[in-house]
Design a protein around this ligand. Structure first.
Ligand SMILES: Nc1ncnc2c1ncn2[C@@H]1O[C@H](COP(=O)(O)OP(=O)(O)O)[C@@H](O)[C@H]1O
Ligand SMILES: [Mg+2]
Length: 242
């Protein structure tokens, strides 16, 4: 068994009277691609916010690479090798694609030369070299999402958390993202956690999924088994986009 790169243990996060995460526990093995799905409001983004230090849980802890990271500020956790993309891509209207990606590269690079090398490398890897001098305000949705992935990769993570990368994209663009996630995982040896609202997409990328519903983990296992799990079916009843 490969060792876990991420251990989430009994994490509870409340917002006032709302329990967004209720004693959620799971492990992510190094080298895996795992999917985290659940209806809107299930707690998926909150879970990423807890893992990356943007939110502090009331209970439980997050262990990354054997170190407890709960309570550390986001930049410390990022420097340890955890990168994320945001569900709502933060607009960068007055920055070029290259400048946006440089922001990521500065996290760990020692000097300007190294920053340049990282930027060239990830722009090529993600396939957006031709966009490097375009401003954020000139980009369409897929170009913004690819820039966001490039910025995250420029921090040179070992663990990449991707929050709803395919919402709003065309089937062809979704195929592009699926292929990229596989390449990130295989060619760069990066462990990937993908949040998705839509189960169909996750089937094609993850061998193991976790289903959240009202802040509870209601399923963990193979995606095809999730389709037959009663709790999962019930959680998605009324959700036509399964
Ligand atoms: N900063 C916040 N303050 C108050 N409530 C929040 C905050 N962030 C999320 N929530 C609430 O927590 C629940 C889970 O939200 P979220 O994690 O964004 O769900 P998901 O990403 O699965 O759609 C929702 O009911 C949401 O309204
Ligand atoms: Mg979300």
């Amino acid at each position: 068994m490969p060792k876990p790169i991420l251990e989430v243990r009994g994490v509870t996060k409340r917002f006032g009277g709302l329990t967004a995460l209720n004693r959620v526990s799971f492990n992510v093995e190094e080298g895996a691609i795992i999917g985290i799905i659940g209806p809107n409001g299930a707690g998926k983004t909150t879970l990423f916010n807890v893992i990356t230090g943007f939110l502090k849980p009331e209970e439980g802890k997050v262990i990354y690479d054997g170190h407890t990271v709960t309570g550390l500020p986001p930049h410390r956790i990022a420097r340890m090798g955890v990168a994320r993309t945001f569900q709502i891509v933060k607009p960068f209207p007055e920055l070029t694609v290259e400048e946006a990606v440089r922001v990521g590269a500065y996290l760990k690079a020692e000097d300007e030369g190294e920053v340049n090398n990282i930027v060239d490398d990830v722009l090529e890897f993600v396939g957006i070299e031709h966009l490097r001098d375009r401003y954020g305000k000139e980009l369409n949705l897929i170009q913004l999402k690819l820039t966001e992935i490039a910025r995250a990769l420029a921090t040179r993570p070992r663990l990449l958390l991707v929050d709803e990368a395919v919402a709003g994209l065309t089937p062809g663009e979704i195929d592009n993202i699926i292929e990229m996630v596989h390449r990130i995982n295989r060619e760069r040896n990066i462990t990937v956690c993908l949040i998705e609202h839509i189960m169909r997409f996750i089937m094609r990328v993850s061998e193991r999924i976790i289903v959240l519903h009202h802040g509870e983990k209601i399923f963990e296992g193979k995606p095809e088994e999730a389709y037959e799990d009663e709790a999962v079916i019930k959680a998605y009843l009324g959700e036509r986009r399964i």
